[in-house]
Design a protein around this ligand. Structure first.
Ligand SMILES: *Cc1c(COP(=O)(O)O)cnc(C)c1O
Length: 498
């Protein structure tokens, strides 16, 4: 299987090259030239399999230049022991027709682990082939969860360094502590003044600057990306849509071939794009429901075809979705335009220049045939956490609650009674304050993050992940905050080069 770029459809590279480079040199994202098709028998064969076996089956369709032995080793390493659920990503029916795909049983308690536990293997495997022994420098912009998951995935991986930038006031206290206490000899963490989009723009600029590249070259280093623009981040996420469907068959909720919907709490459009690939491959999916918070740029876009990032930025209780530039949307538009990279260049030149673009009527029609979209503000989100807990004794985090809230609005508005799986993207204990406020509805809050965690455990009878509780006594290693124009210097300083 070969990959081309959303901004140059004549390019042709292997999956290892796409993963090692992260982003294409002209600024486009790598996309498969053809999306593989599966059969009903393929799905049937997944039903009795473990998650690791399912991962091997799906990944091997895309990562054709990795050997079977490599994929066996990588999937075992990624999903073998680091997850607190033996099923890795269980689908839980909580009642009222809500099927929740829990994607947060990994080491950092958010769904980013699903991809970032595997990516270091894919990347070091790729670097061996294509970058001639250079040290791989992973540069990450994070809205909170990617940073920690990438740090945990890459810590002390030979031949790699990892540097993470996060918005100083844009992450939860637990997320911040997870990053600033990160252990490992090859890690660096730095806050920036600004929001996630500022961090992401800064990282993209450093990434594509030829002068920076030359300086890294001199030091025998090369950048790669662990953000969801990297194909190696996206492909592991396709797996769990197949796995959830197989679990729904296994639990007798559906029969093979029945169409289901997926609702995905969305920020950078990576997670829901993986669901789109699964659908295009032939997984029986009807609607893809895109759930946003008050930063509802995608709700507007998917319903009108007009993308406009020039709008107020809201800091919400679901910070990992506080995003106005959804990078992975570019991949969807590329596919829907019939692989027309001229069209994508035109749209993204407009976005860079004016902050907006409008897609053709043809593309909009295709979008509407696949996607529904809506959003929940913070009040609705907290209300949803409250009701889901009252009704089903199930505690969900703020991001998952956006998904549940949007699904309920969708079901009420359309009467669509097809079974739906809602992605649950984080442990509620990563966002203890907002979740406690929601469940306790008006009760006075304890004074600090860790007493809130204790209180939430007491109140709900659910256990907090031990890796979050242990942060209470962990040593803070990284305290620096820089302006976005100082990010390049911060990179050199963290790498120890001049
Ligand atoms: C990253 C993240 C999201 C958004 O996922 P995208 O792939 O960026 O759309 C949602 N919820 C949580 C908890 C996250 O960490």
């Amino acid at each position: 299987m070969q990959y081309s770029s959303t901004r140059n459809n004549s390019l042709s590279v292997s999956s290892a090259q796409a993963i090692a480079s992260g982003i294409s040199s002209e600024g486009g994202l790598f996309v498969p030239k053809e999306i593989p098709h599966i059969t009903a028998e393929f799905i049937e064969s997944l039903v009795p399999m473990t998650y690791i076996e399912r991962a091997r089956a799906v990944l091997s369709l895309y990562l054709t230049d990795y050997t079977k032995e490599e994929l066996d080793e990588y999937t075992e390493g990624a999903y073998g022991t680091g997850f607190s659920s033996a099923d890795v990503a269980p689908t839980v029916s909580v009642g009222g027709g809500l099927n929740i795909l829990e994607l947060w049983h990994g080491p950092t308690c958010a769904f980013k682990d699903m991809a970032l536990q595997l990516l270091p293997y894919l990347l070091t495997g790729a670097a061996k082939r294509v970058s001639g022994g250079k040290e791989t420098v992973i540069l990450v912009a994070t809205s909170g969860d990617t940073g920690k998951a990438a740090l945990e995935g890459f810590k002390d991986v030979a031949g790699t360094r990892i540097l993470v930038f996060y918005p100083e006031d844009g992450v939860s206290p637990m997320q911040k502590l997870q990053m600033t206490t990160q252990k490992g000899g090859n890690v660096g963490v730095c806050a920036i003044y600004g929001n996630f989009d500022d961090a992401q723009t800064g990282v993209k600029r450093i990434f594509t600057d030829p002068a920076v590249k030359a300086k890294l070259d001199e030091n025998n280093m090369a950048f790669s990306s662990a953000n969801s623009i990297n194909w190696g981040r996206l492909v592991p996420q396709i797996v769990y849509y197949f796995s959830a469907y197989a679990d729904m068959i296994k639990q007798d909720i559906i029969k093979n071939g029945d169409r289901i919907n997926f609702t995905v709490p969305t920020g950078n459009f990576g997670n829901i794009l993986a669901a789109y690939y699964a659908r295009e491959m032939g997984l029986p999916v009807n609607r893809l429901i895109c759930a946003s918070n008050a930063n509802n740029v995608l709700t507007e876009f998917l319903t009108t075809g007009h993308y406009n990032r020039c709008r107020p930025f809201h800091t919400t209780v679901s910070p990992s979705m506080d995003i106005l530039i959804s990078s992975n949307l570019e991949r969807l538009l590329y596919h829907l335009s019939g692989n027309d990279s001229d069209e994508i260049n035109r749209l993204y030149a407009s976005l860079a220049k004016t902050g907006e673009f409008t897609v053709s009527a043809d593309i909009l029609e295709k979008i509407k045939s696949l996607f529904s979209a809506d959003f929940c503000d913070d009040t609705e989100t907290k209300q949803t956490i409250h009701t889901v807990f009252e009704k089903y004794n199930y505690l969900c985090d703020t991001h998952t609650a956006v998904g549940v809230g949007v699904y309920e609005k969708y079901a009420a508005a359309t009467g669509d009674a097809a079974p739906c799986v809602i992605d649950s993207t984080a442990s509620p204990y990563k966002f203890a304050k907002a979740v406690l406020e929601a469940v306790g509805a008006g009760k006075e809050l304890p004074p600090d993050e860790f007493s809130m965690v204790d209180e939430l455990e007491k109140m709900t009878g659910t256990a907090a992940p031990k890796q979050l509780k242990e942060l209470k006594n962990a040593e803070v290693r990284f305290r620096k905050t820089v302006r976005t124009d100082e990010m390049e210097a911060a990179v050199y300083s963290l790498l120890g080069i001049k």
